[in-house]
Design a protein around this ligand. Structure first.
Ligand SMILES: Cc1cc2nc3c(=O)[nH]c(=O)nc-3n(C[C@H](O)[C@H](O)[C@H](O)COP(=O)(O)OP(=O)(O)OC[C@H]3O[C@@H](n4cnc5c(N)ncnc54)[C@H](O)[C@@H]3O)c2cc1C
Length: 428
């Protein structure tokens, strides 16, 4: 009987386990997570615990192979869509009100955008933050009932890929197959292992920018076409592209993320009308190619734009906002003059963000000074180890499978699809 160990009860790990259970996998499955089970996981623990970062996110399930990280690269377009279908079905399956899961599917790029931006159009299934907790509990109960063992509040500190051993403090666990799905909260751990075992990796870009916030009314015309709109522009010769990222509307809140002790920003939206604040927020994220040591560069920028132990907020007119719990979003407010220092820290690249905002004022004429930015928003792309494309196992260690954000994903659907893809190979 095989012993499968899954590190990370995030979207990827949980979908992998579910696929194994659904196929009566004949083996022992253990999931280890440093966070808490869904009954005990508090609201503030955004990154860790059952369903991982995805479980406490905005619950937007993007449904396109160009969004959310690498998937079709490994398995082809058709298989990628089929895997994403399975992830969406799982979220519906454990949803207390599956009929509330809606899909927005824009079909035409509106004319008024065209002179300044492109608009990436793709379907999004919207689960809603509020329901995710209930989904988590139902899903967890199902896995428990089907014999999965969980180890909560247990941090894996090391792995011996040569001897198939996982270390949790003093305890050592032996595995036959290991699924490594530690997400963003385990990015430093993944990097440590990649260094220790000298895992070959694929080259990466820098992904950095700001979280933009404004009253929703300015963007309504576009939101009517696409809820999670993706404005984008590309400067091929400079190796820079920009996109609006993870748009939240109606009851939209800016969220603070903490990575390596520094603050950066993200956003989420509530479904419950009680939380409606009629705001919109989204990342303006640059993808910059060709920077040496992209990870170190990003970390240095993030560090240099943290002040008084938190990130920065700039607005020509608006005070910073509050979280859904009614607390001020943690940020140090800066003046226009201090924004020049930020521009310096971004090493010339901030100009692209300035231009993006200026052009939004042209496309959305009521916007003018009615906006604010939280600095920085960052996606630390974990070093992406080289894997066998047919099953996501490491080229150097074939019993170890990298999945989700720990591999090359940036979203729920793709992360879950990685997990299912690996499970399918284990079953076969
Ligand atoms: C605020 C926020 C909003 C988001 N909104 C969306 C959205 O609307 N749509 C979307 O598609 N994506 C969204 N994302 C991204 C999405 O959540 C991730 O892409 C997805 O959760 C990645 O899945 P994963 O399984 O790889 O990792 P995660 O879901 O992050 O899970 C990783 C798990 O591993 C555990 N772990 C880490 N290290 C260790 C260790 N050493 N030992 C034991 N356990 C460990 C963690 O506790 C965690 O539970 C959002 C992210 C955030 C932070």
């Amino acid at each position: 009987m095989k012993n499968v160990v899954i590190i990370g009860a995030g979207v990827a790990g949980v979908n992998a386990a579910t696929k194994l259970v659904d196929n009566q996998f004949d083996g022992q499955i253990t999931i280890i997570d440093m966070g808490k089970n869904p009954y005990e996981r508090p609201y503030e623990e955004v990154m860790t615990g059952f369903l991982g970062a995805g479980g406490w996110s905005d619950g937007k399930l993007t449904y396109h192979t160009a969004i959310g990280g690498q998937l079709a690269k490994y398995c082809g377009e058709e298989k990628a869509m089929e895997l994403m279908d399975q992830v969406i079905e799982n979220f519906k399956r454990f949803h207390p009100k599956p009929e509330a899961v809606q899909c927005s599917n824009p079909i035409e790029e509106p004319e008024f955008i065209k002179p300044y931006f492109g608009l990436r159009l793709f379907p999004v299934w919207h689960v809603g933050t509020d329901y995710l907790h209930e989904i988590g509990k139902n899903w967890y109960d199902f896995l428990l009932e089907n014999g999965i063992s969980f180890k909560w509040e247990t941090k894996v500190t090391d792995i011996d890929f040569d001897k198939n051993l996982v270390y949790v403090g003093d305890e050592v666990i032996l595995y036959d197959e290991l699924i490594f799905g530690v997400g963003k909260s385990g990015i430093d751990f993944g990097k440590k292992l990649a260094d220790k075992y000298d895992l070959p990796t694929e080259p990466k870009s820098v992904q950095i920018g700001v979280r933009f916030e404004a009253p929703q009314k300015h963007f309504q015309k576009l939101i009517d076409v696409s809820y999670d709109f993706k404005l984008y522009r590309k400067f091929e010769d400079k190796g820079v592209s920009l996109r609006s990222f993870c748009t939240n509307n109606n009851a939209a809140y800016v969220a603070v993320e903490e990575t390596y002790g520094d603050h950066s920003y993200n956003g989420h939206a509530k479904k419950d009308e009680a939380y409606r604040n009629n705001m919109t927020n989204f990342g303006i994220l640059m993808e910059i190619q060709g920077i040496d040591e992209p990870f170190t560069w990003s970390r240095n920028v993030v560090q240099s734009v943290n002040k008084n132990g938190t990130g920065l907020y700039y607005s020509p007119s608006r005070p910073p906002s509050q979280t859904s719990e009614g607390i001020d979003v943690s940020a140090t407010q800066i003046t226009g003059k201090q924004l020049d220092e930020v521009r310096e820290h971004f090493g010339g690249y901030f100009q692209y963000i300035d231009d993006f905002i200026d052009d939004m004022k042209k496309v959305f004429p009521t916007l003018q000074h009615d906006w604010g930015i939280y600095i920085p928003e960052v996606k630390y792309l974990s070093p992406e180890p080289l894997v066998n494309y047919n099953n996501l196992s490491l080229t150097k260690y074939e019993q170890v499978y990298f999945v989700g954000d720990a591999l090359s994903a940036r979203g729920i659907t793709v992360s879950g699809a990685h997990g299912i893809y690996v499970a399918e190979q284990l079953i076969s």
